[in-house]
Ligand binder design. Structure first.
Ligand code: SF4
Length: 93
């Protein structure tokens, strides 16, 4: 699958996406008003993504182009599914 932004072929390895997600979480952890999503809310988001038909290659949301492991960390982000959020009450906080 080609990246819709840069046209590059293939997806980064899961280890690279995990590394990016850890860096994003670390960079957000100092934000007291909006710390990264964690615990049950993060699990709810990730589990919903894993069941979603919009997930490509186990890592990429085809509706927004984000790596779900990174998008799910951001409390300001919502699930972009056109039929409505798949993250549910636990994931939409
Ligand atoms: S549409 Fe929502 S649930 Fe589906 S992969 Fe994207 S962010 Fe995850």
């Amino acid at each position: 699958m080609a990246c819709r932004n840069c046209g590059g072929e293939g997806l980064p390895a899961l280890e690279e996406i995990d590394r990016i997600a850890r860096e994003v979480a670390l960079s957000m952890s100092g934000q007291l008003e909006r710390p990264p999503v964690s615990g049950p809310a993060l699990s709810a988001r990730i589990e919903a993504c894993q069941k979603c038909e919009g997930l490509a290659g186990s890592v990429l949301c085809t509706h927004c182009g984000c790596f779900v492991a990174v998008r799910a960390l951001d409390p300001a982000q919502k699930c972009p599914h056109p039929a409505g959020s798949r993250w549910g009450a636990a994931g939409d906080r």
